[in-house]
Design a protein around this ligand. Structure first.
Ligand code: AMP
Length: 449
């Protein structure tokens, strides 16, 4: 496929020609018609796969010339560096299009940005905090936004921007197209999609399903969290073999929970990174792990993205990722620089589907090992593993035939009592024969004599 196969226009073809781009990347090929259709879109693709052009090409193709001042496209990215990069990309593609693009981010003078906004813009690229400040100041009107792009959404959520995003969603027009790109699919990302997207089309550019040959992969079927901890304790006792171990978990709460357990089992040998930790804490954890001061590092998927640490002896997948791409990202942290690497995957009954997806992507099955005999199989369950009790009959929900008729009957004796208010106080007063409120000014006076 070439760009000629996409339904572009001359200004865009000319810009692409100038840049020397001839063939769309896989994410561009898959995104074009879906983004152009106006449907909500969720794309899973990493930086460097050409995703900026993947959403900008169809947007620019359909953005009509307009003199109106209020922007129609909003692109949110997690960092100011990305704002600058995305603006510069858009400017290159818009070389022959008459549109106005502005990047805004925090940490710089807001007044200069207000002036630029006031001049009228078509596309705004922003970090969430600064965008919200500008919107609240009323200089930036969001009522004409037709398309919202959230780029690197996993990083954004991991940096704690969820709340900011909620605030922005609140002030955006209800009728809009949501377009989102993320490198990994995490629980937070999934929750956001469920809450705010309307039946989105998902596009996933599969990470290569061919694992490095020098990574030895093994797995265990383990019934629950506590048994996973017992198994881990057994394995990690061999400090010579398990010399530098990166342990992946899906979310922050689990990271903290596991870290606490490991600290108790192997004091001063472990560290943890997830986004609720401060930047300094995270850097220190990584440094300690890198330098070998700590043998064990517990990490969430996003935080460990792109971590290039030498000599990781084992990657342990404490849980089984739902999305096989995440597994590929994880195991790629070991076996670097052609050293031998090991990966161990722990799966519960519930995680078997995830396991199947991983094996399907790799087109191979992972060697299954039996849990060693003396590892205790726990029956205790953590909160998330306990069965969720759902009441089928909602007693407060009326069926039609139960609907009340007109109120023609007398009230029952109980219900016809006059409401005197403050019944609790009256009860207490009866019992103790004195006011229980602190503010009774007359109490001391009355009781003086
Ligand atoms: P991105 O993933 O959007 O950060 O893009 C990565 C790099 O690839 C950027 O420098 C783009 O300019 C470049 N790029 C994007 N699409 C193409 C393409 N179809 N052909 C060649 N280079 C591209």
């Amino acid at each position: 496929m070439t760009f000629q196969d996409l339904n572009l226009n001359t200004p865009l073809y000319n810009a692409l020609d100038d840049l020397g781009f001839t063939t769309p990347t896989p994410i561009q090929e898959e995104s074009f018609s879906v983004v152009a259709s106006g449907k909500d879109v969720v794309g899973i693709a990493q930086t460097g796969t050409g995703k900026t052009l993947a959403y900008m090409l169809p947007i620019l193709r359909n953005l009509k010339f307009s003199k109106q001042d209020n922007p129609r496209v909003l692109v949110l990215v997690p960092t100011r560096e990305l704002v600058v990069q995305v603006v510069s990309e858009i400017e290159k593609f818009s070389k022959y299009i008459n549109n106005r693009v502005l990047g805004v981010y925090g940490g710089t003078n807001i007044n200069t940005q207000k002036q630029a906004v006031a001049q009228g813009q078509d596309i705004i690229v922003a970090t969430p905090g600064r965008l919200y400040d500008l919107a609240v100041s009323r200089v930036l009107q969001l009522k004409s936004i037709q398309k919202l792009v959230i780029d690197e959404v996993d990083v954004m959520l991991d940096l704690g921007f969820r709340h900011q995003l909620m605030n922005i969603f609140d002030i955006l027009p209800q009728r809009r197209q949501n377009i989102m790109y993320s490198a990994t699919m995490t629980k937070d990302v999934d929750d956001l999609i469920t809450d705010f997207f309307t039946n989105p089309t998902k596009i996933s550019i599969a990470v290569s399903g061919t694992p490095l040959e020098n990574i030895k992969q093994e797995r265990y079927n383990v019934p629950n969290f506590y048994t996973k901890v017992n198994l881990l304790e057994h394995l990690l006792h061999d400090k010579d073999v398990f010399s530098k171990v990166l342990i992946f978990v899906a979310y922050k709460k689990m990271a903290d929970r596991l870290f606490d357990k490991l600290e108790a089992l192997f004091p001063n040998e472990s560290c943890v990174i997830h986004s609720n930790k401060t930047q300094n804490y995270r850097l220190r954890s990584i440094e300690q792990f890198r330098e070998g001061e700590n043998r064990l590092l517990v990490a969430t998927d996003v935080m460990a993205r792109g971590l290039d640490i030498e000599g990781v002896s084992h990657v342990i997948n404490f849980d089984t990722p739902d999305y096989p791409e995440n597994y590929m990202h994880r195991i790629g942290r070991t076996g670097r620089a052609e050293q031998e690497g090991h990966s161990i995957l722990l799966s519960t009954e519930k995680e078997q589907e995830g396991l199947e997806r991983i094996e399907h992507l790799m087109q191979m099955s992972i060697t299954t090992l039996a849990i060693p005999e003396h590892v205790e199989i726990s029956t205790e369950l953590i909160e998330e593993e306990r069965p969720q009790i759902r009441e089928r009959n909602n007693p407060t929900k009326r069926r039609d035939e139960d609907a009340p008729g007109p109120a023609f009957h007398e009230k029952s004796e109980k219900n016809s009592k006059e409401n005197l208010g403050g019944s609790y106080r009256r009860e207490i007063a009866k019992k103790y024969k004195k006011p229980k409120t602190r503010g009774d000014k007359n109490y001391n006076r009355r009781n003086k004599k």
